[in-house]
Write a protein that binds this ligand. Structure first.
Ligand SMILES: NC(=O)C1=CN([C@@H]2O[C@H](COP(=O)(O)OP(=O)(O)OC[C@H]3O[C@@H](n4cnc5c(N)ncnc54)[C@H](OP(=O)(O)O)[C@@H]3O)[C@@H](O)[C@H]2O)C=CC1
Ligand SMILES: CC(=O)N[C@@H](CCC(=O)OP(=O)(O)O)C(=O)O
Length: 336
């Protein structure tokens, strides 16, 4: 049995993690932290009533070490890198859901996040936790950088075609849309009901912080410099991401050869489904699946991918990483 603590327990990703981990036969959730709440977890998250008998607590790294073996960090970026080094120093394993350890260059982090990184020594060595690409590097790691939600959608869609040299690595256009839970539970102006409901808009055009993350991982995975234009949109749905991606083929391709390449790339990977039909966010809602398809339109390649931002885009892949780190079967607790 592995004892697990969750930081940022009042948030959305923490709630989804708890739901998944309650199904895990080898996990005991021993602590859930919060700075703002001290009540029973079932008061903050009523869906957990009768399912987890814990109070939210504000615990120090030493207290967490006494209670847990592995910590899931569900904190915002910047806040995360303030606590992760202390957790590692006391010997805990950490799956960090924030963006703080995903980029391997401190200058790039500062440029896109507007904040100097305070734990630069770990950036080069931390493994990026996208198991479909890096499963062999994850087992036994002490710290895993869990990927972003738009990034997983985009990377999973593009990696097979770049690996097969079927598309040009420069000038890829990623048009992505996210449900509102992607912005977290912490209140913000653009996620108020009257702002988000019946509304649809792009944001962070040309400067969204997932741009360097997508480029870094695809460049590493494909061995060629990748450049993307990434434009996110907020859609009035609770959850789900749909990415429509446009790329220039390197040679004449058809739909059949694109789908064959994506299918063979993900052979044996349990959480990527390559579909003939156009994917939908509803088909993956509440699941750890990423569904992908591709088309050729007027000589361009169009790839479409969907996932649930809170599951495959955050807490589901975090449990996939946890399973690999701890030596449990990768799918444990994730098929439902
Ligand atoms: N939502 C999503 O779809 C995805 C989120 N992520 C990432 O996962 C992490 C958690 O996201 P999510 O659960 O959505 O966020 P939420 O806003 O829902 O929850 C974050 C929690 O962190 C705590 N917190 C907030 N600020 C601080 C701070 N300065 N110091 C310490 N604790 C703080 C809060 O709890 P309290 O006030 O009780 O302490 C809050 O409930 C973020 O880094 C996010 O970017 C990654 C992929 C997808
Ligand atoms: C809809 C929405 O606001 N989405 C978030 C991305 C969520 C995510 O993956 O954030 P991290 O990279 O911090 O983990 C955003 O655009 O900032």
């Amino acid at each position: 049995m592995t004892r697990v603590a969750i930081l940022g327990g009042t948030g959305y990703t923490a709630l989804e993690l708890i739901r998944i981990l309650l199904r895990h036969p080898d996990v005991q959730i021993t602590a859930v932290t919060s700075r703002s709440e001290t009540g029973h977890i079932g008061v903050v998250h009523p869906s957990l009533l009768g399912r987890l008998d814990l109070k939210l607590e504000n615990l120090s790294p030493a207290q967490l070490r006494d209670r847990a073996d592995v910590v899931f960090g569900c904190l915002p970026h910047v806040a995360s890198m303030e606590v992760v080094p202390q957790l590692l120093d006391v010997g805990l394993k950490v799956i960090d859901l924030s963006a703080d350890y995903r980029l391997n260059d401190a200058a790039v982090y500062e440029q896109w996040y507007g904040h100097a990184h305070t734990d630069t020594g770990r950036l080069q060595s931390t493994v990026y936790g996208l198991p479909e690409l890096f499963a062999d590097r994850i087992p036994g790691q002490q710290l895993i950088a869990n990927p972003g939600c738009y990034t997983s959608t985009s990377i999973l869609a593009l990696a097979p075609l770049l690996a097969g040299r079927l598309i040009e690595p420069i000038g890829i256009i990623i048009d992505a849309k996210s449900g509102v839970s992607g912005a977290g539970r912490t209140p913000k102006l653009n996620t108020l009901f009257a702002e988000a409901n019946e509304n649809f808009t792009a944001y962070s055009v040309g400067n969204h912080r997932h741009t360097p993350e997508i480029e870094q991982v695809l460049t590493t995975a494909s061995g060629q410099k990748v450049e993307v234009i990434f434009t996110p949109h907020l859609v009035p749905m609770d959850r789900g991401i749909f990415a429509t991606i446009y790329a220039t083929p390197t040679k004449v391709v058809d739909q059949k050869s694109l789908l064959e390449q994506i299918r063979s790339f993900y052979a044996g990977k349990p959480f990527v489904r390559v579909t003939d039909q156009i994917p939908t966010t509803k088909a993956v809602s509440g699941t750890n699946y990423c569904d992908i398809t591709a088309r050729v339109v007027r000589g361009k390649v169009v790839v479409m991918a969907v996932l649930d931002n809170l599951i495959k885009g955050a807490s589901g892949v975090a449990v996939q990483n946890f399973n690999l780190v701890c030596g449990y079967p990768e799918e444990t607790a994730l098929i439902c």
